[in-house]
Unconditional design. Structure first.
Length: 404
């Protein structure tokens, strides 16, 4: 029964919980769900886009209705003193001695207050959910049971590496929170892999995950494909939350209209998405398209009314962002990993661009067709902002890895 042991280090605050949402908890089922996600993201190209093969192999390894229990037993153990340092709901999340920056608060939407509010009697950075404070280490031990082959073990190890380069645990992992990095990997006590020390090492590691040769079209679920792009971004000696804040500020520069056209402490916004702004000022009945920025995920709120909400049509409530932000320790510094994993946007082809009152006063959604022609352009333009060195924050180095 082969054993895989992985040592991870949490780099940014982890917002994960069990039965009590006010008490953070590092749970084996949560990590197993993350591992399974990245296993599936890698399986799309490896199995040539054959959904039946992907389903059958995933069920055989991780368990399912057709085969019963999982063939992988997983344990998680925290390194060092217990309990871990935590910040409770109502506390202010800090970076060093000060409140975390506006960009980091923007990326943490829903986890904390972005701004102070007299009306709600809240402070900037005040937590809406409890979290474990980073950094801290933890170990994952996988014991492979019957019917697990050597290729299965290799793919599990590969997925563990992907978790440690692109992924994280808990809420808002696609926005850089809960980032975990893999420090060491051992197979049956042997250490065939160590953490990258330089940006060049990170680039080589990322290339291992990029598919080569002929591939199927866009995946129907989030997966690495030939259309994927991965950027490694440094900002000198910036700390983890400081770097996350810079990435968040850059996204605010790119995406936000601001209040009265002002962002980031009173600076003029770029007003890049003027058409989105003008569209959502119209009554829902006059909106004949959706905002461009839906590419970053849904729902979007352009105000407090139902009429100002953009979301998938039908029963789907959301579409997660295809852009993953991960903060990674590299040598003595930190690197932001921006991974763009485009896939089928939604199962349907309709977007709800607000609600209006029907003839009988009922709440009626205004739906428009999904425009797939230029759907991903806002995301690729944001990445091009880094590669063309047209960013506004003090980044110092950018390296890209794209599909082969």
């Amino acid at each position: 029964m082969p054993t895989i042991e992985a040592e991870y280090r949490a780099v940014t605050p982890v917002f994960c919980a069990g039965a009590d949402p006010n008490q953070p908890e590092l749970r084996a089922p949560s990590f197993k769900g993350v591992l399974r996600f990245w296993w599936r993201a890698l399986a799309w190209s490896r199995l040539g886009g054959d959904l039946r093969k992907i389903h059958d192999e995933e069920e055989r390894v991780f368990g399912g209705p057709g085969v019963g229990r999982s063939r992988v037993a997983l344990q998680v153990a925290v390194d060092g003193p217990s309990p871990l340092s935590m910040a409770k709901r109502g506390q202010v999340l800090k970076d060093g001695d000060g409140v975390i920056g506006e960009g980091a608060r923007y990326l943490g939407y829903g986890l904390m207050e972005a701004f102070a509010s007299r009306e709600k009697n809240t402070q900037s950075g005040e937590l809406l959910r409890a979290c474990y404070l980073a950094p801290f280490g933890f170990r994952v031990r996988l014991r492979c049971l019957d019917n697990v082959t050597e290729p299965d073990v290799n793919e599990l190890a590969r997925a563990l590496r992907a978790v440690g380069l692109f992924g994280g645990l808990g809420a808002r992992t696609r926005r850089g929170y809960g980032s975990v990095m893999l420090r060491e990997l051992r197979l049956d006590g042997r250490q065939p892999w160590g953490a990258p020390d330089t940006l060049a090492d990170c680039r080589l590691l990322a290339r291992e995950f990029m598919p080569a040769g002929a591939q199927p079209g866009p995946p129907p679920f989030t997966a690495l494909s030939r259309q994927s792009r991965i950027l490694f971004v440094k900002a000198g000696t910036a700390r983890a939350l400081e770097l996350l804040d810079l990435v968040g500020r850059e996204m605010v520069w790119f995406r936000s209209w601001g209040k009265g056209g002002k962002i980031l402490g009173g600076k003029d916004s770029e007003k890049r998405f003027t058409k989105d702004h003008d569209l959502m000022k119209l009554p829902p009945s006059q909106r004949n398209r959706h905002p461009q920025r839906i590419a970053f995920g849904l729902p979007h709120n352009y105000g407090k009314r139902d009429a100002d909400k953009v979301e998938p049509a039908g029963e789907l409530g959301r579409r997660a962002s295809p852009l993953f932000i991960h903060i990674h320790e590299c040598g003595n510094g930190h690197v932001a990993v921006l991974a763009f994993l485009p896939a089928q946007f939604l199962p349907g082809t309709k977007i709800c661009v607000g609600f209006e009152s029907g003839k009988s006063g009922e709440r009626v959604p205004k739906e428009v067709d999904l425009d797939e022609g230029q759907l991903w352009k806002p995301v690729t333009d944001f990445l091009d902002r880094f590669t063309s060195r047209k960013y506004k924050e003090p980044f110092t180095e950018v390296v890209e890895v794209s599909g082969r």
